[in-house]
Design a protein around this ligand. Structure first.
Ligand code: IDP
Ligand code: MG
Length: 167
């Protein structure tokens, strides 16, 4: 079954110059990249993305982590991978959430670590199931930024909206 998943290269992945390695590893899946961008992460986006963890003791540190405050990289790379069993394939390549427990050949097992303050710095995010993937992709991307029609969308007229164009 064709599926989509959100992939984020987290700030530690960017700081450690792992973008190329991670994309090469993901290319083993033979999935298609249907959207990609660099994104500054707002506090609202971070909190919404990780809302399922808001009662966890590590939540405040997790938000600082995804905002880039721990790595002086205030951005992430966001991509949508699409194709057969995309979520299972990408999660398998990413490895377990805890980088110490992740298979040592997985992305997280190869490059992740646990900080002294207890955050799992695990270099990539992969959606956990189809419902989460849809929620996350809609949170991180506008329909026009994705080159296939993943989910129903509609056209609306927007009046007098300000937009930056080339000067
Ligand atoms: P996932 O990223 O493998 O889907 P989630 O449970 O959704 O795992 O957690 C989101 C992120 O929160 C993880 O990738 C990791 O960075 C962090 N995290 C999850 N559980 C813990 C924990 O027990 N301690 C510290 N950080 C954690
Ligand atoms: Mg998750």
């Amino acid at each position: 079954m064709s599926q989509a998943t959100l992939i984020l290269i987290k700030p530690d992945g960017l700081k450690k110059s792992l973008t190329g390695n991670i994309l090469t590893r993901l290319s083993e899946t033979k999935l298609e990249i249907v959207a990609a961008k660099m994104k500054r992460v707002s506090k609202e986006l971070a909190q919404e993305h990780y809302k399922h963890l808001k009662d966890k003791p590590f939540f405040p540190e997790l938000i600082k982590y995804i905002l880039g405050e721990l790595h002086d990289r205030r951005k992430v790379m966001a991509l949508v991978y699409w194709g057969k069993d995309a979520i299972t394939k990408c999660r398998e390549l990413a490895g377990s959430t805890n980088p110490e427990e992740a298979d040592s050949t997985s992305i997280r097992g190869s490059y992740g670590r646990i900080t002294t303050s207890g955050v799992y710095e695990n270099v990539v995010h992969v959606s956990s199931d189809a419902a989460e993937a849809e929620r996350e992709i809609k949170l991180w991307f506008e329909p026009e930024e994705i080159i296939v029609d993943l989910y129903p969308s509609k056209e609306i007229a927007v009046k007098e909206q300000k937009k930056k164009v080339w000067a």
